[in-house]
Design a protein around this ligand. Structure first.
Ligand SMILES: *Cc1c(COP(=O)(O)O)cnc(C)c1O
Length: 387
């Protein structure tokens, strides 16, 4: 038998499978809507999407068609060469106005925004303080930077205070956190973090990926909701979740954006997203501003779901948002529940390591505008039946 240098993969994949950690890729037919998704030929109510405002499938199509006719599809090159079109430029201006910052910069994705921004702000001479539950793109950005990384216990500002106090010798300090944690649905203690950042002269970088369009009176996110925007130096967001399009962005001072356009490698060395994606995001941003009732209804539905799950005795952790975990612990049990719920016609993703720590596997219920009280009732009934 021929040996290949890739033979080790068989063992690794078998090991993942034995531990119930092997991920299988489903195929979706047609668009995903909150009320319905067709996965591997089955129609399911969709509790798995980050399309929180229900914009991705239908609401942006007209803007897309109109833009496509004028701009064509591909961008051809990096934004610094030929890739940055007038629609990109308009969206950057509008994002800055929306965020109340001097400027904004578009990235190919939210992942790329974090991966590129962190190493542009900190290097070997510096130290980064990162929440233990931060998103993979933040973790990878920290590693890539070469800075000393101090991971503080999730949301623990007392521990962070001590760690900051012990780290006086570095050139620069960067404190980075998700604002709304993507698996647990809980909020970062931003007022305390902003105060600590100020006291220790640290740059404060926040990732609003799941909160843009959902939290805050104007829909700017958790920083707006908690009144800490003035204390935040670097705001990362995505166009790919509540805004229903694709791409990431950073908003902040003009000099920050100028620096990133020069030094953020995933900006400089990656092709710009299609202008049509920016056109879709512009339309989504309008909807966020014109239809606050979408986020209000969503958060009401989420509060109702959380309290009813707790009444049924499920562990929902510290969720305070449209992301509601049902924490089950074991990966195997979690995947069995996911399969059971699927038999009830419901898509509720099971989340396992490495997305969550070992023994904290969970069902991640993601509510969207477009879910009805009946959908929520079906979910609650199915959970009880699968218990
Ligand atoms: C999804 C996510 C990202 C990545 O955004 P994409 O636009 O999907 O690449 C970044 N940060 C957090 C916290 C996320 O949940």
């Amino acid at each position: 038998m021929r040996v290949s240098p890739l033979d080790w993969l068989d063992g690794e994949l078998a090991d993942l499978s034995d531990r119930c950690l092997l991920r299988q890729q489903a195929v979706r037919e047609g668009p995903q809507r909150p009320a319905q998704i067709t996965l591997d030929g089955r129609n399911l109510v969709n509790f798995g999407s980050n399309d929180y405002l229900g914009l991705a499938a239908d609401e942006l199509n007209e803007a897309v068609r109109e833009s496509l006719g004028r701009a064509g599809w591909g961008s051809g090159a990096s934004p610094l060469v030929t890739g940055r079109g007038s629609v990109h430029a308009r969206l950057e201006e509008e994002l800055a106005v929306f965020e109340g910052t001097e400027a904004a910069l578009l990235f190919p994705s939210g992942f790329a925004a974090n991966l590129a921004t962190i190493p542009a702000l900190a290097d070997r001479s510096d130290v980064i303080f990162s929440d233990a539950r931060n998103h993979a793109s933040i973790i990878d950005g920290c590693r890539l930077s070469g800075a000393t990384i101090v991971v503080y216990p999730h949301g623990d500002t007392t521990a962070l205070r001590d760690l900051l106090t012990d780290a006086g010798g570095y050139r620069r300090r960067l404190l980075v956190t998700d604002t709304l944690f993507s698996m647990d649905g809980d909020l970062a203690p931003l007022p305390d973090l902003a105060e600590l950042a100020e006291h220790h002269r640290a740059m404060l970088m926040v990732d609003e990926a799941h909160a843009t369009g959902v939290f805050g009176e104007q829909g700017r996110g958790v920083c707006e909701h908690l009144g800490v925007e003035a204390g935040v130096h670097v705001r990362v967001g995505t166009l790919s979740k509540a805004l229903g399009s694709i791409g990431g962005f950073v908003a902040g001072q003009r000099r920050l954006i100028d620096w990133l356009a020069n030094r953020a490698r995933a900006y400089v060395f990656s092709t710009a997203t299609p202008e049509t994606a920016a056109a879709a995001a512009r339309r989504a941003l309008q909807i966020v501003q014109q239809q606050p009732e979408r986020r209000q209804r969503l958060l009401e539905l989420a509060a109702d779901l959380r309290s009813r799950l707790r009444e049924q005795g499920w562990a929902t952790g510290k969720s305070a948002s449209q992301i509601v975990p049902v924490i089950l612990g074991e990966a195997r049990r979690t995947m069995e529940m996911t399969a059971e719920l699927r038999c009830h016609g419901l898509l509720v993703p099971g989340i396992r390591p490495p997305s969550v720590p070992p023994d904290q596997s969970l069902l991640r219920i993601s509510l969207c505008h477009g879910h009805t009280d009946e959908h929520v009732q079906r979910l609650l009934d199915a959970l009880v039946a699968s218990r």
